[in-house]
Design a protein around this ligand. Structure first.
Ligand SMILES: Cc1ncc(COP(=O)(O)O)c(C=O)c1O
Length: 382
């Protein structure tokens, strides 16, 4: 009997969505990693104007040269000398990730992925015919992977390692020394580095530490306008690399995925980069204040330990309630009107954690934390 492909049958819905689907409208939602802002007004106006001006057509697969050039320049302080050729516009970070796995992974190959993880990585690798191998990012190491753990996993079939800093779901961020040792590991084993830096502009201390500009020629960087310009619904991102040979393959692949991105939207993003270039900093400052608030509240509760993230829009506290899984605890919280994600939705080592996305106002965060506190009291957590 004809049925469905193995790849379709193998992938499962994510646990993040599962909670979301169970929630009513009246919950305080720490569920989805979606900023509660709107894109800059100049970008919305430019989008509309571009459509009126007839920019409703296909562009070249890699996107408008003028936008690609602008993106390349935006990386100047990390890596000079890049231009439009180094950039491929994609229809989101999600699209960029799938493109890279399809471009790099052969059947039988494996890719090293972080765990806890952004839930798309593993299924993307399996859709591409490869095997996902997970390396731990542990609470006791502030969610930074250790190279001795990576050494245990790598083998002759490993083609790439994915790094994600600042991280979803943990909020983990790298310092330069940690970045250098992760870079060295990849170099030693001749691995591609897929570096997912979609939260690069949402950092709270110092400058973002990137894998771009390190001189390693196998770095492929994924970025997105979803979080930094609050454009989640627009679906636009990009891949950038100094490796032009890789860019050729990536752009060829992109044609077969979406042909190109939306023309009017590319003009709108260009306008945002030109006329609202400080917008991501405004967003980051608001997230920094929310982060301070939620971490302080969580750490004041019995049974809760929370690192203070230096970036992204999530906290991933350890919350231990005897005899209860993180999913059961998230369901108890939901009964009391708070939606968050069980840590187990991000891999087995997420068990014992919850993920809170602080993508709501500070007032709502405070109200939500009052409820979390009440639930923990009701469950007799000491
Ligand atoms: C780590 C990470 N990478 C990539 C993405 C994809 O973002 P988008 O597809 O909206 O560009 C997300 C979204 O939540 C994310 O958290």
């Amino acid at each position: 009997m004809r049925t469905f492909s193995d790849r379709a049958l193998a992938i499962q819905p994510t646990g993040v969505r599962k909670m979301f689907d169970l929630a009513g409208d009246d919950v305080i939602s720490f569920g989805l990693g979606e900023p509660d802002f709107q894109p800059p007004k100049v970008a919305i106006e430019a989008f509309y104007q571009a459509m009126l001006d007839g920019k409703n057509k296909y562009t070249t697969t890699a996107g408008l040269p003028v936008l690609r050039e602008k993106i390349a320049q935006s990386w100047d302080e990390y890596q000079t000398g890049m231009n439009a050729e180094n950039v491929c516009i994609t229809m989101s970070g999600t699209n960029a990730l799938l493109n890279l796995f399809l471009t790099l992974v052969n059947p039988g190959a494996n890719v090293l992925l972080p765990e806890p993880y952004f839930p798309l990585y593993g299924p993307d690798v399996s859709i591409s015919g490869g095997e996902a191998k997970y390396y731990p990012c542990k609470f006791e190491h502030e969610f930074i992977p250790q190279t001795d753990e990576l050494e245990k996993l790598v083998d002759e079939n490993t083609v790439a390692i994915l790094y994600n800093f600042p991280s979803n779901p943990t909020g983990g961020t790298l310092n330069q020394e940690q970045r250098d040792s992760l870079l060295e590991f990849a170099r030693k084993h001749d691995l591609w580095i897929i570096t997912d830096e979609v939260y690069d502009r949402i950092v709270f201390e110092g400058k973002h530490v990137s894998f771009m500009g390190t001189g390693y020629e196998k770095v492929l960087l994924v970025n997105s306008f979803s979080k930094t310009f609050a454009m989640t619904g627009w679906r636009i991102g990009y891949i950038i690399s100094t490796n032009l040979e890789a860019m050729k393959q990536i752009i060829k692949m992109q044609y077969y995925i979406t042909a190109c991105s939306n023309e009017a939207m590319q003009y709108a993003v260009l306008e945002a980069m030109e006329k609202a270039s400080d917008y991501p900093d405004i967003v980051a400052e608001e997230f920094r204040q929310r982060c301070d608030l939620i971490v302080d509240r969580l750490n004041s509760m019995p049974g809760v330990q929370c690192h203070k993230p230096k970036g992204a829009i999530y906290v991933f506290p350890k919350v231990e309630v005897e005899g209860m899984t993180s999913e059961e605890l998230a369901l108890e919280l939901l009964k009391d009107g708070v939606l968050c994600s069980p840590g187990s939705a991000f891999g087995p080592s997420g068990e014992g954690h919850l993920r809170f996305a602080y993508t709501i106002s500070r007032d709502e965060i405070s109200r939500g934390m009052d409820k979390v506190e009440e639930t923990l009291k009701r469950l007799n957590v000491k």
